[in-house]
Design a protein around this ligand. Structure first.
Ligand SMILES: Nc1ncnc2c1ncn2[C@@H]1O[C@H](COP(=O)(O)OP(=O)(O)OP(=O)(O)O)[C@@H](O)[C@H]1O
Length: 158
């Protein structure tokens, strides 16, 4: 469940081209004009209309980013680049809020090899993904809530 009352929230994210794609002069065929809709065009049929899809979130992380001094990638000015914090705010926080309220929650990433699942879910040291950010927030909340009458137990099942 999320703030919007939806039981399932679906997001898509487009990553930057990797070196192999750049070497092969890959063509960008995805467009995300408003944060929710995604279009895909067929490069072999330039006269055909693109196909449009709507999601709860369409994250543009392909370009339009700048690197901060600490290595964090964030939106350059006038860019709609979705950074790790934005993804966490929209997806991770909702899951955490619901878990905190006693609901069982799951979050999973789906996509082909190299599409960016680990980057969004785990991230890197400088660009932490949802799991480390959720853990930070979880332990902050525990720290600020615990008292002599309240005890917390966190279990990780591998
Ligand atoms: N939003 C992003 N911004 C910058 N780089 C990204 C982003 N998403 C993915 N990448 C980079 O793209 C590469 C592939 O991403 P990642 O390893 O997360 O894919 P994956 O879907 O988990 O792959 P696999 O299924 O093979 O494990 C990595 O080098 C990662 O750093």
């Amino acid at each position: 469940m999320s703030d919007s009352g939806e039981t399932v929230v679906v997001a898509v994210r487009v990553r930057p081209f990797n070196d192999r794609e750049k070497e092969r002069n890959a063509q960008l065929i995805v467009n995300m004009p408003d944060g929710k809709s995604t279009s895909i065009s067929d490069p072999n049929a330039p006269n055909e209309e693109p196909k449009w899809f709507t999601f709860d979130y369409s994250y543009w992380s392909h370009d339009g980013y700048k690197e901060e001094k600490n290595g964090y990638l964030t939106a350059a000015s006038h860019s709609n680049y979705a950074d790790q914090k934005q993804v966490f705010e929209n997806l991770g926080k909702g899951v955490l809020d619901n878990a905190w309220n006693g609901y069982n929650c799951s979050l999973f990433a789906y996509g082909q090899t190299g599409s960016g699942k680990s980057y969004s879910i785990v991230g890197t040291k400088k660009n932490k993904g949802i799991i480390p950010l959720v853990c930070e927030e979880l332990f902050n909340r525990i720290e600020s809530t615990k008292s002599k009458d309240v005890e917390f137990q966190v279990i990780i099942i591998l």
